[in-house]
Design a binder for this molecule. Structure first.
Ligand code: RIB
Length: 296
């Protein structure tokens, strides 16, 4: 099963904060670390650690080797990454003592993806079983339309939410995976069941709604399935959604039931939030299997 992640690659600059600053306030952080990140990178890693055969596409700058080397070490095919971006994308992430975060995103090379590059990549990957995108790159709509035209199954995590997410080419999306804030913003509905039903009316495929500490929901037009979140001591929630996305999607692709896919995604993200960082703390499938066994 071949998956192409057409996504973003960021250098994450992570500041541990005694609390998040108020407007106009200057405060010292208590720790600073640099990590690999970006939703594309994190989601590709989660898929690969779940056991998928993953290739990545996207754009970085000349210093992007830091990111591609990490992906390569994790068995991901990085040969299509374009290194001609002006600057590699980066994110400034502040994490508070409850593990909650605030991010400033600098798109950099992620926003320099062109239609010509998309054409080249999609022509090469016409045999992919799935293309996964998010909303941190340019050309997202073009990628979805072209992949759909080629008959490739598409999945998108429309994150971070921007107004343009309301006008995505929904008829070209087979699987929508998003959090409650994104779902509510796109549909204008509030109750989770209303949100997931309204999203399903837009795409008519599979919709997966993540609900933070309340777990996740799945709807494909028949029955709504849900899974509670596992109770853990969250240290850093950065990357939790990406971890869920990779594990849940791969489980569905393997033909597992929505209940199992939701549980697997929730278990993987529960493990991920117990350690500081994003990409590096995405668990391997053995850890997820053990966690599921011990938390039935
Ligand atoms: O979802 C987490 C990711 O969002 C971080 O790694 C950061 O780079 C931003 O893209």
């Amino acid at each position: 099963m071949k998956i192409l992640v057409f996504g973003s690659y960021n250098i994450d600059k992570v500041y541990t904060m005694p609390r998040l600053p108020k407007t106009g306030e200057d405060i010292y952080c208590t720790n600073y670390e640099v990590h690999v990140g970006g939703k594309g990178l994190n989601q590709a890693l989660a898929l690969a650690r779940a056991g998928a055969d993953v290739s990545v596409a996207g754009k970085v700058g000349s210093d992007g080797n830091y990111l591609t080397d990490y992906l390569k070490e994790n068995g991901i095919d990085v040969s299509d990454i374009d290194f001609s971006g002006d600057y590699t994308g980066h994110t400034i992430i502040q994490v508070d003592p409850d593990g909650q975060n605030q991010m400033i995103l600098f798109g950099g090379a992620n926003q320099q993806i062109t239609e010509d590059y998309c054409d080249r990549i999609l022509d090469k990957h016409r045999d992919a079983d799935l293309i996964l995108t998010e909303y941190e790159t340019s050309c997202v709509e073009y990628i979805l339309k072209k992949a759909h035209e080629y008959g490739i199954r598409t999945a998108i995590n429309p994150s971070p939410f921007v107004e343009k997410c309301k006008t995505l080419p929904f008829d070209c999306i087979d699987c929508l995976i998003l959090n409650e804030y994104e779902g509510r913003s796109i549909t204008g509905k509030y109750e989770y069941k209303d949100v997931i039903r309204a999203l399903h009316e837009l795409i008519e495929g599979e919709v997966i709604l993540t609900l933070g500490s309340e777990g996740a929901m799945y709807f494909n037009g028949k029955e709504i399935y849900s899974s509670p979140a596992y109770k853990v001591n969250a240290v850093d929630t950065t990357g939790a959604g990406d971890t869920f996305t990779g594990y849940c999607l791969f489980s569905l692709l393997k033909g597992e039931s929505p209940e199992i896919a939701l549980k697997t995604g929730c278990a993987a993200s529960a493990i991920e939030v117990t350690k500081p960082g994003a990409a590096e703390t995405i668990p391997y499938k053995e850890e997820v299997a053990d966690f599921l066994k011990n938390n039935q």
